[in-house]
Each structure stands twice: as structure tokens, then as C-alpha cells.
Write a protein that binds this ligand. Structure first.
Ligand code: 26Q
Length: 827
């Protein structure tokens, strides 16, 4: 196909902005978009006007990018993810466009402070944690690297709940990020899609005896696309994140209703608007919820239709090139229903034969696994799929049938292996295993850190690895250094620029050039002065958020991540209680002043996780108000942890807590962000910590605890937490302390559930086994901090050696090993 571009004169928005232009644009939007003026405008209005001025630039580049991709008929990756944790976009977009400083000056001359108005922007919190943030880092890298890509997800009306802390306990409040509009998004009514649900399948016989299946849906919902432009660094490529909002279509199949009997029209007429209403927290109690499955199918079906519409525009009905042009990355199994959906389109609609359709499908999809925890592997009741997506269940059975024939060839008459590999888990109430479906329907499967991928191969899918050698692989996660260093830590970024030049944001290995300054007294002083200044800023924030005074001269020791037993915030807490006890017993106990900080949301139905938050807050309250110890020890729990709070905490961290039970944390990405900003890690040999240790060197990290093999051995030989309880007096004392009313005056036993989980509960995450080793690692850390020069050198070396963990490297790995994409430069 040949297409020709027409050369147009540059429009006003294309002229590179200088300070005067920016001032003019902001004021123009204040007047013409917001209908206010310089004298009346509050910070919110200034924020919106500034967004509009920036968006003008962004949209021009978006248009050019789309045209270029169309004219070049590029192969593109389509990143399917139920979550995108974008955070705020103003600072990021300004930095990526190279307009941050000039906009700061422009606003200054208008009497407005850029940092203040940026605080007006609500976080786009359309994700739970690591998986959603990874998706956001990846689309930043894709645009930066000029790779044709579209992110596809759900336009949730409410993102992850807002957390309030009342009397120490977590309260969930709705997140209303769009109440006053989102200036970054564009509605695209011209690309609305319709999605079918419920109903029944009719079997017909075609002319040549071909069996034809027709799905008569019970209801149809509309998907409305909202596009969020994704600006690459230095602003050449602008890709899109397309998020689908659900709306009623008015269609209701009365035939199905009147046919009656087996259908209950009330329950099948899902309230269309509720589909995209709220993001599910990653909560066991929410597992298997019908609406969640509908959400997954809804966004996958909309996205596939969108992709196919675009493909057909260039290739008509010729399906032979589909998988040359389209690759779809499944971010965990949440979008796995896209596999039978594409099969349905190819077989039932395009009337391809099964084998041809399956060939296309298995050349299109790739799947990323993010967890080994058995309870987190998605399974859906077959009956539920049958009710909502009757044709898809048939297709899943057919995929499985043909797959099990292959298994039979490899392992003849071996029913155990068939049972294990089958997409269907038998039992009373068949279940569909979405992980198995994803592996079978994809051409590549990856884990997210070396150790994790090794365990995916060895423990989770060993037979699949034998069936298809090479299909299972590793792509270690990464983070975008544009957001996680340049934008969030401007002072350190400027120092780095002055030493090694300013091209490190797109070439993070360049940071190695800082190694030669690591021992330099002047550089160490500058580096640690900046850390101190960031700590002063955070101290002010902590005071505002919690009322607690913290001393910037203390060690800032930070654990920020979702609350989960495997992440072991309670191990951190037990150690804090041990320090408290040591200080009470010996007021001269030698330790550097320390502030322990936490940020974490617990899934609303996860009782023990909420108990841990409560325990942290109660212990914090006691310690912070105990004048015997509070010069040396403070504990703060910062409420409503989210991307924008992470951006304030990370630049101020001295110590990064990465203390999951070995084998449980697939990768972690906060570990990378903290180390990049010069925090030293105290951590287990788990997830990406192992690769971080390899990069920074064992002498620049505090590793402790059981290894994966040791955890496995303990499990095999029988683990008894009481051995550790009775074997360590200090540990016994702090655990017993939890049962008193010392931290919960008048309420003895209020923290007892914690102790019980670690003793009678069997301590599944080996907290007690790792306690002593953790405590020793903290002693070493304290000692290292006392030697200021040595600490500074270690901190610098952490920053210098994080090059591997740029998400640009992850994307390069995906491009070379999985996607086979080529960059396409935009002008
Ligand atoms: C499942 C069913 C019902 C409702 C929600 C969910 C659900 C939602 C989100 C299950 C899991 C998630 C998120 C998982 C996640 O964030 N995993 C993390 O992914 C990171 C990126 O790869 C890794 O670094 C972390 O180690 C991993 O825990």
C-alpha cells in the first residue's frame, strides 16, 4: 500500500515554545478555556490552564506520530493491562518536552509557583501497585525509544481507594480523580466499540457442511475510548494510552428474555455503567467476582476490535499479515480472555479454519507472569464464563482438547500430567486456569526478574518448558529514570548533569561515570547535602500529614509498597519494637537516630494486612510520644501512599527496606527507584534484589535472611516457628508485648492477631526464622552510617550502578527477544 504525506506549514503550536509564548498560551487558556483571568484564578485554574498550554504541544506531536505510523504501516506492540498507575502527568510531560524550566520561569513572571500548582493535580491511580506502575514506566520507555505502541486498559471512574487513618486504622474512601475533569484526556466518540455479553450460542451447518457458531448475545454495552497522550523524552514520539469507559447501548435481547427458562434477564442485564466504575483491589475476597471478569472481557474485546479496525484499514480482509503487524502483550492473566476472543473473531466471524486461526493467535500474544503465589493465580468458574461468554467457554474447551492431544503425544497415557497442564481444573465446579490458557495461547512467556523466571520454569510451568523449549524466558523489570530521578529529584539530577553531562536519562549506564567521584570528598559532600535537603523537604511534608516532627539528621529508613504478609512489614515492625526495648533497657544503647517510615495500602478485605497497619500506628504513637527514646527513634506511617507521595519520599531515603520472604516477590521495582536515588538496600535475596546486589556489589548492600533454597528446605523438613520464639529472648519478648495493652491502652489483645499468625498460624512467611539475621544486618547498617565517608561512597555507588534497571533496557529486551519491533522516527 502506498500512501503519501502532504507537507503542511508548521502551525502555531509547533513553534518551539519560549517563555513569552508559554506565558501567552497559559493566559490565553485561562481566558478562553477556563473563562477566568489572572486576578481571579486560583491554583487549580492555573494548573488547568498550564495543562492546556502543554497539551497543545502534545497533541500536535501526537497527530504527527499517528500519521507517521500510518504512512509507514508499522508493526506495533499493544500493551493490554487492567492497570496503569500513571500518577500525575504535568511534571513528567514538562520534563519530557524539555519545557520544565522555561514553564517554571514563565509562571514565576505571572506570579505563580509551578511546584504549588502541580500539587493540584490528582493522581491517576488506575492500578494497585507494581504491575500497574510497570505498565506506565513501559509506555514511557516505548515512546522515548520511538517504538510504535498503544497501551490498552480501563477508564475506571474510581481508581484505587483513598486511604485515611482513623485512630490508627485504615479507612477506605472513594477515589474521585476526575471530579473536576482530566485535562490530559481526549474522548474519541468516532472510535466507540460495542461488546456483547450473556445470551446463547446457536450451532448452524453451512453449505460445505462447515459448522458455524452464532452467538446471540443477551446484552450489548458500548465502550467509549479516552486517549491519554504518552510523551516520549525529548518529545518526538507521542503514543497513546487508550482507556475504555463503559456505557449502556440500549440494546437488550428480548428474544433471549422471552425464550426464558434458563435465563434470568435481571441478573444478565449487567448495569453497563458499572463495568468501568471501580478498580478492584488485589484482594483475595474479591477473587472470582463476576463483574471483574466482565471488566476484563470488556476492555479486551474493545481493544481487539480497535486493533482489527486499524489493521483492516491497511490490509482489508487479508489476515495473513496480522501477526506481522500486531503483537499483544498480556500484563499478567488479567487480559487472557483476549485469546479466545481473537479465536472467536477469526473462526466465527472471519470464517478462518481453526488451525489457521490458532496459528495467528499464537503468533500474536505474549504473556508476562508477575506472581508465583498460588492464591494469586487467576481461576474462573467455568459456569461463570459459560453464563457471561458462552461461546468463549466452547472455544476454551476446544483449545484445551487439541492441547491435551499434544500432551498425549509427549507423555502417553500420563493422566497426572494432563490433569496438571489442562486449562480446566476438574472437581466439583470446574475452573478455568488463566495462567495455563495464557502459556498455551502465547508465543512467549516471561517472568520479571532472573530468579522469578527461573522459578516460573522450575516450579510453576516445568512441563510447558519441556514442551516448548525457549518459550519461557526472562525480562527483568525496570523503571523510567525520567520520572524516578530527573523529575522527582531535580537537585541530584542537576549535580549529575554537572559531572557527567545530561544524556543519562536516555542512557542510564552513563551513571557509571559517577563511580570515579564516589570517593571524592567534595562530591560526597554535595551528594549528601542534596540528600539532606530532600530530607528537610520530606520532614515538612511528614509534619503536615501526620503532625509528627522528624529530624533530618536521623537515618530515614523507608518501606513503601502494598501491604502484604509476604512483603513482611511486620518483620520491620518487630525489629522496631526490639530497638525500642533495647533503648528502654539501656538509655545509652548505641544507635544512630533513626526514623522508620511506612507507606502502604491494605486490600479492604485483607484482615491481617489491616491489623498490621493498625499495629504500626499504635507502636508509632507510643514511641513518638515516649521522651525516653524519641530523640533516637521515631516511626511514621504516611497515609494514602501513592505515586505522587513516592516521588516525595524516595529522594529523601537513606535506607530501602526490601525484606520479602525469598521466592515470594517476583521482582519489586521500588527497590530500583530507591537505590537509584542513593538509598542503601537492606534486603533478602529475592526478586530483583539479587540483580541489584550483583550490580552494586555485596559491600554496598545489606543482604540478610534465608535464600530460596533454604526456605524450600525449611518447608520440606518442617518449620516450627516456636523454635525461634523460644530460641531468642528478645524475639519472644517483643511477640509477647503484642499481647499486652502496652500499645493499645485499655485494649489488651488488640494486636494479638499478629502474634498468632506468626506462631499458631505457622508463620508461613518465615518472619521468625529471619528475625535474627535481619537484626544483625541492621546493626551493620548502623555501623556503616557512623562512618559518614563510607556511607556517602556507598550511596553514590548505588546511584552510579543502577543503569541496568532503566525500563528502556527492559523494553529493549522485549523488543529483541519477544516483540521484534523496529523504531519509527517521527520527523
Ligand atoms: C486479581 C483478581 C481480582 C482482583 C485483583 C487482582 C489483582 C490485581 C493486581 C492481582 C494482582 C495485581 C497486581 C500484582 C502486582 O502488582 N504484582 C507485582 O508486579 C510487579 C511488576 O512486575 C513486581 O515487581 C512485583 O514483585 C509483583 O508483586
Amino acid at each position: 500500500m502506498t500512501k503519501k504525506a502532504t507537507k503542511l506549514k508548521p502551525s502555531a503550536a509547533e513553534v518551539k515554545l519560549d517563555k513569552t509564548n508559554i506565558k501567552e498560551a497559559i493566559v490565553r487558556h485561562l481566558h478562553c478555556t477556563l473563562g477566568t483571568d489572572e486576578n481571579k484564578a486560583n491554583n487549580h485554574a492555573w494548573w488547568k490552564a498550564t495543562c492546556s498550554a502543554v497539551q497543545e504541544q502534545v497533541l500536535e506531536r501526537l497527530r504527527k506520530t499517528q500519521k507517521t505510523h500510518y504512512l509507514n504501516d508499522t508493526r506495533a506492540v499493544h500493551y493490554f493491562s487492567a492497570e496503569f498507575l500513571m500518577g500525575r502527568l504535568m511534571s513528567n510531560n514538562l520534563h519530557n518536552l524539555g519545557l520544565f524550566n522555561v514553564t517554571d520561569q514563565a509562571l514565576n513572571e505571572l506570579g505563580v509557583n509551578l511546584a504549588d500548582i502541580m500539587e493540584e493535580e490528582p493522581d491517576m491511580a488506575l492500578g494497585n501497585g507494581g504491575l500497574g506502575r510497570l505498565a506506565s514506566c513501559f509506555i514511557d520507555s516505548l515512546a522515548t525509544m520511538d517504538l510504535p505502541a498503544v497501551g490498552y486498559g480501563i477508564h475506571y471512574e474510581h481508581g484505587l481507594f483513598r486511604q485515611e487513618i482513623k485512630s490508627g486504622a485504615q479507612i477506605e474512601r472513594p477515589d474521585s480523580w476526575r471530579d473536576y475533569g482530566n485535562p490530559w484526556e481526549i474522548c474519541r466518540p468516532e472510535s466507540i466499540q460495542e461488546v456483547s455479553l450473556y445470551g446463547y450460542v446457536e450451532t448452524k451447518y453451512g453449505e460445505n457442511g462447515r459448522i458455524q457458531k452464532e452467538w446471540h448475545p443477551g446484552s450489548i454495552v458500548k465502550g467509549i475510548p479516552w486517549d491519554i497522550p504518552v510523551v516520549g523524552y525529548e518529545g518526538k514520539t507521542v503514543n497513546v494510552l487508550r482507556l475504555w469507559e463503559s456505557q449502556a447501548s440500549g440494546y437488550f435481547n428480548w428474544d433471549v428474555f422471552n425464550a426464558g427458562g434458563y435465563v434470568d434477564a435481571q441478573t444478565e442485564n449487567v448495569q453497563a455503567e458499572t463495568i468501568s466504575k471501580v478498580l478492584y483491589p488485589n484482594d483475595e475476597t474479591e477473587a472470582g467476582k463476576e463483574l471483574r471478569l466482565i471488566q476484563q472481557y470488556f476492555f479486551c474485546a474493545c481493544s481487539l476490535k480497535d486493533i482489527i479496525r486499524r489493521y483492516k484499514r491497511a490490509h482489508g480482509d487479508d489476515w495473513s499479515r496480522f501477526s506481522d503487524q500486531v503483537v499483544i502483550q498480556l500484563n499478567d492473566t488479567h487480559p487472557a480472555i483476549a485469546i479466545p476472543e481473537l479465536m472467536r473473531i477469526l473462526v466465527d466471524r472471519a470464517e478462518l479454519d481453526w488451525d489457521a486461526a490458532w496459528e495467528i493467535c499464537t503468533n500474536t500474544f505474549a504473556y508476562t507472569n508477575h506472581t508465583l503465589l498460588p492464591e494469586a493465580l487467576e481461576k474462573w468458574p467455568a459456569r461463570m464464563i459459560e453464563k457471561i461468554l458462552p461461546r468463549h467457554l466452547e472455544i476454551i474447551y476446544e483449545i484445551n482438547h487439541r492441547f491435551l492431544d499434544e500432551v498425549e503425544k509427549l507423555w502417553p497415557k500420563d493422566n497426572a500430567v494432563k490433569e496438571k497442564l489442562s486449562i480446566i481444573e476438574e472437581g466439583n465446579g470446574k475452573m478455568v486456569r488463566m495462567g495455563n490458557l495464557s502459556v498455551i495461547g502465547s508465543f512467549a512467556v516471561n517472568g520479571v526478574a532472573e530468579i522469578h523466571s527461573k522459578l516460573v520454569k522450575q516450579n510453576l510451568f516445568p512441563e510447558f518448558d519441556k514442551m516448548w523449549p525457549g518459550k519461557l524466558t526472562n525480562v527483568t523489570n525496570g523503571i523510567t529514570p525520567r520520572r524516578w530521578l530527573k523529575a522527582c529529584n531535580p537537585k541530584l539530577s542537576a549535580l549529575i548533569d554537572s559531572k557527567i553531562g545530561d544524556d543519562w536519562p536516555t542512557n542510564l549506564e552513563k551513571l557509571r561515570d559517577l563511580e570515579k567521584f564516589a570517593g571524592n570528598a567534595k562530591f560526597q559532600k554535595d551528594f549528601m547535602r542534596i540528600k539532606h535537603e530532600n530530607k528537610v523537604i520530606l520532614a515538612k511534608e511528614v509534619k503536615e500529614l501526620t503532625g509528627v516532627d522528624i529530624d533530618p539528621n536521623a537515618i530515614y529508613d523507608i518501606q513503601i509498597k502494598r501491604l502484604h504478609e509476604y512483603k513482611r512489614q511486620h518483620l520491620n515492625l518487630l525489629h522496631i519494637m526490639a530497638l525500642y526495648r533495647r533503648l528502654l533497657e539501656n538509655p545509652n544503647y548505641d544507635m544512630e537516630p533513626r526514623v522508620f517510615m511506612f507507606g502502604a495500602k491494605a486490600a479492604p478485605g485483607y484482615k491481617l494486612a489491616k491489623d498490621i497497619i493498625y499495629a504500626i500506628n499504635q507502636v508509632a504513637d507510643k514511641i513518638n510520644n515516649d521522651s525516653r527514646v524519641n530523640k533516637k527513634l521515631k516511626v511514621v506511617f504516611l497515609p494514602n501512599y501513592r505515586v505522587s507521595l513516592a516521588e516525595k519520599m524516595i529522594p529523601a531515603a537513606d535506607v530501602s527496606e526490601q525484606i520479602s520472604t525469598a521466592g515470594k516477590e517476583a521482582s519489586g521495582t521500588g527497590n530500583m527507584k530507591l537505590s537509584l536515588n542513593g538509598a542503601l538496600t537492606i534486603g533478602t535475596l529475592d526478586g530483583a534484589n539479587i540483580e541489584i546486589a550483583e550490580e552494586v556489589g555485596d559491600e554496598n548492600i545489606f543482604i540478610f535472611g534465608l535464600t530460596v533454597d533454604e526456605v524450600e528446605a525449611l518447608n520440606k523438613n518442617g518449620y516450627n516457628p516456636y523454635d525461634y520464639y523460644y530460641g531468642n529472648k528478645e524475639l519472644k519478648a517483643v511477640l509477647d508485648w503484642l499481647e499486652t495493652d502496652y500499645f493499645t491502652p485499655g485494649k489488651p489483645g488488640a494486636l494479638a492477631s499478629l502474634k498468632h499468625s506468626m506462631l499458631d498460624g505457622g508463620d508461613p512467611y518465615k518472619v521468625l526464622a529471619d528475625f535474627e539475621s535481619y537484626s544483625e544486618a541492621h546493626k551493620k547498617l548502623d555501623l556503616a552510617y557512623k562512618d559518614g565517608k563510607r556511607w556517602a561512597e556507598m550511596a553514590v555507588l548505588n546511584t552510579a550502578r543502577m543503569g541496568k534497571f532503566t525500563s528502556d533496557r527492559s523494553i529493549k529486551d522485549y523488543v529483541e527477544r519477544v516483540w521484534k519491533l523496529s523504531p519509527c522516527e517521527v520527523e
